[in-house]
Design a protein around this ligand. Structure first.
Ligand code: URA
Length: 216
């Protein structure tokens, strides 16, 4: 069976409210950052629903033994923020995935060619293919940055079927590229916007997510 890329836009009021705050150009930096962190938390909650492995056991309550479902801590979980803007989403994600190892990837896109280049790569040499990998990047625009990140992560042994991406706004060019290259990938985003402008910004989008999160 061929799995297709799945893009989920969770219809959750907290996600929609957070999206309205980060889209609004009048939102001050501190509130933008708080809302982006919250979006990271809610999107991760949605993304991990059927993805984190569990195990059954018996625990003892103060009254008697009882069966319990717990996280299978033998399966590694990796959280990968794409710097800079992914730091906000990742902070929220980390509050849900408290046992995750965090591997930072710094990727900048050339504003003229829109081509990505790495300035920081803290990925491990090798991932266990069982590792659940969550990548946090608020803007999936041309897809260049995420394709570069995916290539680097998959090259180190991660299985695309175990990788999930959280973003705030995704656009068709990125979704198209990712779906062609990684049909088993799952993406959780607060919105899918229509198009990119000639500078590669998502429209209506929210502007430059890094600048807005860090006041630069
Ligand atoms: N990166 C951003 O921060 N915003 C966009 O609209 C596109 C890429």
């Amino acid at each position: 069976m061929t799995l297709q890329l799945r893009v989920y836009v969770p219809p959750h009021p907290l996600i929609q409210h957070g999206l309205a705050i980060v889209r609004n150009t009048a939102t001050p930096v501190a509130l933008f950052r708080t809302a982006a962190i919250e979006l990271g938390r809610w999107l991760t909650y949605e993304a991990t629903r059927d993805w984190l492995p569990t195990q059954e056991g018996i625990i003892q309550t103060p009254l008697e033994n009882c069966p319990a479902t717990m996280l299978d801590t033998e399966v590694p979980v990796a959280l990968i923020p794409i710097l800079r803007a992914g730091l906000t989403l990742s902070e929220g994600a980390g509050s849900v995935l408290s046992l995750a190892s965090v591997y930072h990837l710094g990727i900048v896109r050339n504003e003229e060619t829109l081509e990505p280049s790495f300035y920081l790569n803290k990925l491990p040499e090798q991932f266990d293919p069982q590792t659940r990998v969550l990548i946090a990047d608020p803007m999936l625009a041309t897809g260049g940055t995420m394709m570069a990140a995916m290539a680097e992560i998959v090259k180190r042994g991660a299985d695309p079927a175990n990788i999930r991406i959280i973003s705030i706004v995704a656009a068709p060019p990125a979704l198209q590229k990712l779906s062609e290259a990684y049909p088993s990938l799952n993406i959780y985003t607060a919105a899918i916007d229509e198009h990119l402008n000639d500078r590669g910004y998502i429209v209506p989008g929210l502007g430059d997510a890094g600048d807005r999160a860090f006041g630069t």
